[in-house]
Design a protein around this ligand. Structure first.
Ligand code: ZN
Length: 96
């Protein structure tokens, strides 16, 4: 089984609508192919999020707090590198 075979069967696999033989082959592929493992997991999680989307609706209050926490982090982050002209990205020196 190749990666493209795997990806072709992935939705059936996640839907649980395939024969045991194919399923075993997919699971075998997952054992050694990290790439497909990640794709499989991500797809599975995405499907689960869509299915149970009500679980992911945060209360307004919490959402606001999260948002300001994230915004605060971003601002802190850019403030952490005040000397912008000191370490001009090495490697991209344009001397035209
Ligand atoms: Zn693969």
């Amino acid at each position: 089984m190749t990666c493209s075979d795997f990806l072709k069967e992935l939705t059936d696999y996640l839907d649980d609508s395939m024969d045991a033989q194919t399923r075993a082959e997919l699971e075998d592929h997952l054992q050694w192919c990290h790439n497909c493992y990640v794709v499989c997991n991500t797809t599975k999680m995405t499907i689960e999020i869509y299915r149970d989307s009500h679980l992911y609706e945060l209360p307004d209050d919490l959402r606001k707090r999260l948002r300001s926490a994230i915004m605060g982090k971003c601002q802190n982050h850019s403030a952490c590198s005040p000397e912008t002209d000191k370490g001009k990205s090495p490697g991209s020196t344009k001397t035209t």
